[in-house]
Design a binder for this molecule. Structure first.
Ligand SMILES: *Cc1c(COP(=O)(O)O)cnc(C)c1O
Length: 503
């Protein structure tokens, strides 16, 4: 049977053309995915051919259901070859097995699911208490999500002012109820490489699995140079996640999870024959799934190969070093710690007098007016009461290098423009709210929406959800009780997909 319809040219009707025109119009209002003006969310290699290659690969895979590689063997071949590439780059061996997932969150969740089921199987008695995940506070939110979804406790270890965690502080938390320890390569908020080899070795001694979250670094650090053992080369690392849709430059929807040891990894799977329908076996969270991102990721990896990645990472490294040097030269700002990889977090330099300080969020808002979007991270109170400062995050990609002079100029000028301005302070507003008893009452959708409007978020009809200045919003999120802030965030997002007239 022919696999494809005859390659007749399908002419689009006026109706289809109008639909696509509307889509193009909608897309025109989005943040720029190319060109290096957005320093988060998007990973642009600056190579137009890769986009075209990925697009055509997705088109070829468009009708396939990735659910069943025995029916669609192409899916198994692509996945096997991607897992093979990742295994070589991340120093796996013949005991390494893996899966392509829909993204970093899914990879991390599956690492946790595997560990939880392994822990429950090891527990001599049916476990009375809940299992624990031990990780630095800088561990990605995906592990908060995994803990919440799968019913584990997340035991967070404080980091120092430079975002560095002491291996001994992690190891001190080990115990019989620990199902998994997680370290990052690097951590997203500050770009810090955790003490992976030390923690993994101690975890192995304690019989605890160790996951390396290399979602962001997994396809950059292999070519970065001078990084101490951080992947499967470190003894005791039992699994590692690496996102193809970050520094693998694939369209969203692709990540790799590698696990050591077949028998451990089989706990990642779900299978059931206990229903009247088809026998189910899933390596990942989804059932029926697209194989388009898989195909795009595979094509890009085939195209780039080891050398292609090396060249792109070298560009990221040059840009990161130059940006760091540039920011180090700006009075009132400091780069947090010694990051490893193409990420930087920027905080206020408290060593200079107040009038010379630069608030990183006022700075980011001003940089946005000058044409570059940076990512604001609120200040954070650690479990031991110490505070991590508000920061602004830069994700550097290969395309950054083309914009370097312009970007450096914008960063410097924005700092000059806001130097001496105090950080946004929402404590009065938050205190007023507390006095009304708002934090004791349940936050209904309606009350949440009313509050958001009061704070200038999500005004209906203006087509914009977020205020032009993000600094006050970040200050608000930082100063509200976390459950309250989280409920407001849910409201902002949920309202996006309600009919406009109702908002
Ligand atoms: C991006 C990221 C994740 C989550 O990945 P998504 O692809 O956004 O789901 C997890 N860990 C780290 C370190 C990340 O950078």
């Amino acid at each position: 049977m022919p696999q494809r319809r005859a390659p007749e040219v399908v002419r689009l009707s006026d109706r289809s053309t109008a639909i696509l025109e509307r889509l193009a119009q909608l897309r025109a209002a989005d943040a720029a995915t190319h060109g290096g003006r957005v320093l988060s969310y998007v990973y642009d290699p600056g190579l137009a051919e890769l986009d075209e290659l990925a697009g055509q690969a997705m088109r070829l895979m468009q009708p396939v259901n990735g659910l069943d590689p025995t029916v669609f063997p192409s899916v198994a071949v692509l996945e096997r070859e991607l897992v093979g590439f990742a295994t070589r780059m991340l120093h796996g061996d013949e005991t390494t097995v893996g899966t392509v997932t829909s993204g970093g969150t899914e990879s991390c969740m599956l690492a946790v699911k595997t560990a939880r089921d392994g822990w429950a199987a090891r527990a001599a008695q049916p476990p009375a208490s809940r299992a624990r995940i031990v990780a630095p506070v800088t561990v990605h939110a995906a592990f908060h999500k995994a803990a919440a979804y799968f019913g584990l406790d997340l035991d967070l270890v404080p980091v120092d002012a430079d975002g560095v965690v002491a291996a001994a502080d992690i190891i001190a938390r080990f115990g019989a109820d620990v199902a998994l320890v997680v370290v990052s390569a690097p951590g997203y908020p500050f770009g810090m490489l955790d003490p992976i080899a030390e923690v993994a070795a101690a975890a192995a001694d304690a019989g605890i699995p160790c996951h390396v979250d290399a979602c962001i670094g997994g396809f950059a650090l292999p070519w970065w140079g001078g990084v101490p053992a951080w992947d499967l080369a470190a003894a005791g690392v039992t699994s590692i996640s690496a996102d193809l849709h970050k520094y693998g430059y694939a369209p969203k929807g692709a990540s790799v999870l590698l696990q050591r040891d077949r028998d451990r990894q089989r706990r990642q799977y779900f299978a059931t024959v206990r229903w009247p329908g088809y026998p189910v076996v899933n390596p990942t969270l989804l059932g029926s799934k697209s194989a388009t991102a898989l195909a795009a990721a595979w094509a890009i990896v085939q195209h780039l190969g080891d050398d292609g990645f090396a060249g792109l990472v070298a560009s990221c490294r040059r840009s990161t070093e130059q940006l760091r040097a540039g920011i180090d030269g700006v009075t009132g700002l400091r780069v947090v710690g010694e990051p490893t990889g193409p990420l930087l977090a920027v905080a206020t330099d408290l060593a200079v007098p107040k009038r010379a300080r630069v608030d990183p969020h006022r700075w980011a808002d001003r940089v946005a007016q000058l044409g570059f979007t940076l990512q604001l991270q609120p200040g954070f109170e650690q479990p031991d009461g110490t505070r991590l400062p508000p920061t602004t995050h830069l994700t550097i990609t290969p395309v950054t290098e083309q914009r370097l002079p312009e970007l450096t100029e914008a960063l410097t000028r924005a700092a000059d423009d806001v130097r001496g301005r105090a950080p946004a302070d929402m404590r009065l507003a938050v205190r007023a709210l507390r006095l009304t008893g708002a934090f004791r009452r349940e936050l209904t959708a309606q009350r949440a929406q009313a509050l958001l409007r009061r704070f200038g978020v999500g005004r209906p009809g203006d087509g914009k959800t977020l205020p032009a200045r993000m600094a006050p919003l970040m200050a608000l999120l930082e100063q509200l009780p976390p459950e309250f802030a989280e409920r407001l965030l849910i409201e902002v997002l949920a309202r996006q997909v309600e009919p406009a007239a109702r908002r």
